[in-house]
Design a protein around this ligand. Structure first.
Ligand code: SF4
Length: 321
């Protein structure tokens, strides 16, 4: 097993395991056992180690359960993915591109995730994509496949290789994009074997990475080294979610954008939090999001400013700023 796979395997899958290793957190974590029955935890040890040093910090708020998750408010499928899914592995909302879901697993369970209600009830990796290939062959205007999930980099190199090989046969596919949180959670995932496997496809596809990160506190030295490897070889962009009490200020976004630009990563999207069942406590007002954007515009040139996206479960009400 590779180091990143060992880290995945050794991740905390229950708060009881966390309490055994960090008994001083018992009082803080015990009341949250009820929450993990509905929304399980999955936290790699390197992240839990960092959380334990700042139990009320920004990593803890993103990855440890909170009692607010039991609120009945919010939607199961807040952006309407399920109704735009022509097969159980694709979402086709825009003419030229599809989201492809080879897995519903992630290297961590983010408490704010807009798919938290789907992810917590499923736990699968799919190795065959015959239905998806058939659909793509019938839709020649699609030129980009966005590997999403879950997190697609949870697949082994061989599994990813097999998917890419099958997409080679669809002549009109020109771009492959990976949406991933791995580099900020288990940075060892970006290893030489992975890069070697991808290099076989560089003549056939333009390969793009969109990494997910929300604040500079996630960017320790290991993460930065991993991100540098990606951005050296591929177009690398970032996306974030604007989260209450985590990054809901222009200063926080400014610092993040600055750190990413230094790593040759272009800030791409900042998502206004969706109306997610179990994640309402992360929501900020639209007015505040607009204020953050307008303050940020004063500090960052337009070409490096993330696009702010406001979205709900209707295609017609998506709004970009
Ligand atoms: S890694 Fe992405 S898909 Fe997975 S839980 Fe976090 S936000 Fe959701």
């Amino acid at each position: 097993m590779k180091p990143w796979q060992v880290q995945l395997q050794n991740s905390y899958k229950s708060l009881t395991q966390v309490i055994l290793d960090y008994p001083h957190l018992k009082n803080k974590l015990n009341p949250l056992l009820e929450v993990e029955k509905k929304y399980p935890i999955f936290i790699p040890k390197r992240i839990m180690n960092r959380i334990s040093k700042d139990i009320n910090g920004k990593l803890a708020k993103q990855f440890l359960p909170q009692l607010d998750e039991l609120s009945p408010n919010g939607l199961y499928d807040p952006i309407g993915d399920l109704k735009n899914s022509p097969t159980n592995r694709l979402v086709h909302r825009y003419e030229n591109r599809v989201l492809f879901f080879p897995t519903s697993k992630c290297p961590i369970n983010c408490r704010y995730c807009f798919r938290k209600n789907e992810i917590s009830s499923t736990d699968k990796i799919f190795s065959k994509n015959d239905q998806a290939i058939e659909y793509l062959q019938d839709h020649p205007l699609i030129n980009e496949i966005i590997f999403s999930g879950g997190d697609p980099l949870i697949l082994t190199d061989n599994q990813l290789d097999a998917h890419l090989e099958s997409f080679v046969k669809v002549k009109h596919i020109k771009q492959i994009r990976f949406h991933t949180r791995f580099p900020t959670i288990i940075p060892d995932r970006i290893d030489n074997d992975f890069q070697l496997m991808l290099s076989k496809y560089l003549d056939r596809f333009e390969i793009i990475f969109v990494i997910h990160t929300n604040c500079t506190e996630e960017l320790d030295d290991e993460v930065k080294a991993s991100l540098s490897k990606l951005s050296k070889n591929y177009t690398t962009l970032s996306q974030s979610v604007i989260l209450k009490n985590i990054n809901d200020s222009s200063e926080s976004f400014y610092n993040l954008s600055k750190a990413l630009l230094e790593l040759n990563i272009r800030p791409y999207y900042a998502h206004f939090p969706d109306d997610v069942l179990g994640a309402q406590h992360f929501k900020i007002s639209k007015h505040k999001a607009h204020q953050i954007h307008s303050d940020l515009r004063q500090k960052i040139s337009g070409h490096s400013l993330p696009v702010f996206i406001f979205e709900n479960n209707s295609n017609t009400s998506k709004e970009y700023v």
